[in-house]
Design a protein around this ligand. Structure first.
Ligand SMILES: [Mg+2]
Length: 275
């Protein structure tokens, strides 16, 4: 525990002082690069419908996805269809709805237990839309196998109403549970695991790759904890209570980090290394 500074991971403000991390990334036979979307590759915006991949992040994804030794996976709470449209980079794996939906290009799968809960999600969405109709700035989003209640634009005095309605809808509907992110409540199928489930499935398909996960929200902590000890967990932001081993301040810095990973790999597989 470093003196005077909270127990969070050290800030990765300059990448050069991390030669050990560089060596680990360079010497791995491959990299499984898992990335959250909102707050990580795209700045958080008032209306989630307006979120866009940062140009620097897009360029980094293209570089990494173009490296045959790197698998890039975007793991998000967004639906698979929404995520695909926003990312739109060739050869990127998409894991939507916190990994309940996985599209690896050659195969696209939806968790069967989640499919079975679809009627429950539908009932909860109908109930919440009726109850929260008229609450300013509140959006109830039907994401197929999950639902989100966004309240980023809701005035504070209405937030308890939103929270209570979501809690009651989850309690009244069999097979769903309530989870929370940044100004969003989510109703998800009551199956074990969140983004960690996606990370485990991806690791099964890429067992020799060094896994890396970059994310900003509390829902990313499940994924951080699912990494093996040699894995690299990167928190975007300043939360102190985290399982991440390093942190960057904001999505711009996350993009810079990804470019650095691409540089490290390019040097490692550079001329003479053979690909
Ligand atoms: Mg996020």
């Amino acid at each position: 525990m470093s003196d005077g500074i909270a127990d969070g991971p050290p800030a990765l403000t300059h990448l050069e002082p991390h030669p050990a991390l560089g060596n680990r990334l360079a010497s791995a036979p491959g990299i499984l690069c898992c990335l959250d979307f909102d707050g990580t590759l795209a700045p958080i915006v008032e209306d989630p419908a307006d979120a866009e991949l940062l140009p620097a992040a897009r360029a980094a994804l293209e570089r990494l996805a173009g490296d045959p030794t790197v698998t890039v996976a975007v793991v998000s709470g967004r639906s698979l269809a929404d995520l695909r449209e926003r990312v739109d980079v060739a050869d990127v794996v998409h894991a939507g709805n916190h990994g309940l939906e996985l599209d690896e290009g050659s195969a696209s799968t939806v968790d069967p237990e989640a499919v079975a809960r679809r009627p429950a999600v539908e009932a909860a969405v109908a109930r919440l839309r009726a109850e929260l109709d008229g609450v300013p700035g509140c959006i109830v989003e039907d994401k197929g196998v999950t639902a989100s209640v966004h309240y980023r634009r809701t005035p504070d005095e209405h937030v308890p109403t939103v929270r209570e309605a979501a809690r009651e809808a989850a309690a009244a509907t069999d097979g769903l549970r309530l989870t929370e992110g940044k100004r969003v409540l989510e109703l998800r199928p009551d199956v074990p695991g969140g983004k960690d489930r996606a990370v485990r499935r991806l690791r099964e398909h890429h067992p020799d790759a060094l896994p890396l996960f970059v994310g900003d929200d509390v829902t990313d902590e499940d994924a951080f904890r699912a990494l093996p000890t040699e894995g690299v967990a990167v928190l975007v932001g300043d939360r102190e209570d985290t399982a991440a081993s390093i942190r960057v301040p904001a999505p711009d810095d996350a993009a810079a980090f990804l470019h650095w990973v691409a540089d490290v790999r390019a040097d490692a597989d550079g001329p003479g290394a053979g690909t």
